[in-house]
Design a protein around this ligand. Sequence first.
Ligand SMILES: Cc1ncc(COP(=O)(O)O)c(C=O)c1O
Length: 375
Amino acid sequence: MDSISRAATVMASMSSAIAHGGRLIEARRAFPDAPAPFIDLSTGINPNPYPVGPLAPESFNRLPEPETLDTLQQVAAAAYRASDPAMVVAAPGTQILISLLPHLLGLKHATILGPTYAEHEAAWRGATANVAVTTSLDAFVETARAAGGVAILCNPNNPDGRICDRQTLLNLASDMAHQDGFLICDEAFADLEAPDPGLARHLPHPGLMILRSFGKSYGLAGLRLGFLLASPAQAHPVRQALGNWAVSGPALATGIAALRDTEWRYATCRNLQDSCQRLDAMLERTGFACAGGTRLFRLFRSRDAQPLFRLLCEAGILARRFSHDPDLLRFGIPACEAQWSRLQEALLSGYSQNKTDNENVIEAAQAVWPPLAIL
Ligand SMILES: Cc1ncc(COP(=O)(O)O)c(C=O)c1O
C-alpha cells in the first residue's frame, strides 16, 4: 500500500459513525411537534458551564505561543496531580486521542471493560486489533493479562458510573507493562467525583496511560480540550503526532483559567451533588430504579424505559437510551428550574400512562426512533 492509501485507510478507520447523545437536530426532526426548546439530557456535560470571560483578541487572531501551551500543561499537571508537566499532552478533546492511540501504539490486542463508551472499541477494531469486551473486573484483568496489548476502561464508567479498585488497576498496569503493553484509563468523568478516583499521581508508570476530558466537567464540550497523561516516553510520540497548534488559542486561555479555579470546581461538585439527589428522587418517584451514575449523569432502570423515552421526546426532552439494554435510560442534569419542571411534568404524565407493561407502546417507541448504538 502506498503512503497516500495508507493515510486514507487510517483516516477512514478514525472517522466514527457511532451515534451519540446530544443530537438535538435529529431529535427535533423525529419529533417536530415537541415543545421548544428541546431539553438535552442525553449527554453527561455539566449544564452550568465554567464562566468564560472575555478572551483577548490575540487568542483568536494569533497562532498559539508554545509558552502558553506549556502553561496549560503545567496547570493541568497540578489539577490532575501529575508530578511533571512533561507527562501532560494537551489535545483538542480526548476523542482524537482515543482515535489516534491504536495507530500510534500499534498493539494488536485490546481488552475492554464494558459496556462502555463505544469509541474505544471502534478505534481498536478500526486499527485491526483483536478486541475482547468483558463485563466484570475479574474477567477484564484475567483476559488482558492473558492477551497482552492494551487494557482499556473508563473510570468512572459511562454509563453506570462504576469505579474500579485503584490497587487492582495499578497491578494490571504493571502486568501490562511487563508485556510491553498498557492500561488505558479513560477518566473523562473523574473530575467531580469525591474521592477523586484519578490515577495520575501514580505517574510516571511504564504501563499506565490516562485520558482526562475538559469539556464535560467544565460544561465546554464544544471548545474541544482534553489531555493524555503518561510517562514522558509515552507522552512524546503523542505530542509529536498532534503537531503544532493542535489546541486553539481560546481553548488554551480558557483551560488555564478554569483548571486553576479550584473554588469553582468545589462549588460545582457540591451543586451537582444536590442536583443528582434531586434527579434520583424524581425518577425513583416515577418507578425508575437508580442503576448508578456520576455527578454529571444518572442511569435508571425501568421496564417502561422505551415508552417513557418516547414520551419524553414528545415532551421535548431528550434522554439517552442504549441498545445493549432497553430497560436503561441515562439522564444528564437539568440546567435550570424551568427544565426541572418540564421533566417533572413529563415524568408524571408518563408514569400514569405507561406504568403497565404495554408491548404495543414499546413497539411503537422503537419504530419511531430505532435504538441507538450504545454510548
Ligand atoms: C468516557 C468518554 N471518554 C471520552 C469522551 C470524549 O470526550 P471529549 O472528546 O469531549 O474529551 C466521551 C464523550 O462522551 C466519553 O463519554
